[in-house]
Design a protein around this ligand. Structure first.
Ligand SMILES: [Zn+2]
Length: 153
């Protein structure tokens, strides 16, 4: 995982707080969930399916690597967390979806995230993160890579 995180050392989780799986879950929570513990992406009509608009395949792959680790090469891939903490399945998308990511991780609501191709969408409003420079379409008000709410325009 290429994610920086702060791990609480005294939370009293149900098992060993210092295990690798818990660290991996914490890293995912930091980028997937908002301050209220809810999934931080835009909902769709389908239950449990969320989406984010991205501008290029390169941007989509960058985001998948953040969620699924360096083992992801651009093809369908499953990232298995340590200590039986679940898995993140990445499927190559179609019909305007770069990738579909299926999160089944302990401690995070099970959900599907579609990375939607908005590269040619002149009507989409683009946000650029002030922390990491990542760009996404403005249906969510935080960077999907860092969680930062500092962006422009
Ligand atoms: Zn960012």
């Amino acid at each position: 995982m290429a994610v920086c995180l702060l791990v609480c050392v005294s939370c009293g989780d149900d098992d060993n707080d210092s295990n690798v799986g818990n660290s991996e879950v914490a890293a995912l929570k930091a980028v997937l969930l908002d301050d209220d513990g809810q999934i931080a992406f835009e909902t769709t009509e389908a239950s449990g399916v969320y989406k984010i608009g991205l501008l290029s395949l390169t941007d989509a792959r960058s985001l998948v690597s953040l969620y699924a680790g360096d083992g992801f090469t651009g093809k369908t891939y499953t990232y298995t967390l340590a200590n039986n903490k679940g898995a993140v399945q990445v499927v190559v998308g179609d019909n305007g979806v770069y990738y579909q990511i299926r999160f089944a991780v302990k401690g995070i609501p099970q959900f599907v995230l579609n990375l939607v191709d908005e590269g040619g969408n002149a009507f989409g409003m683009k946000h650029t993160c002030n922390v990491c420079g990542y760009q996404w379409i403005s249906t969510i008000n935080r960077c999907p890579r860092t969680g930062s709410r500092s962006y422009h325009p």
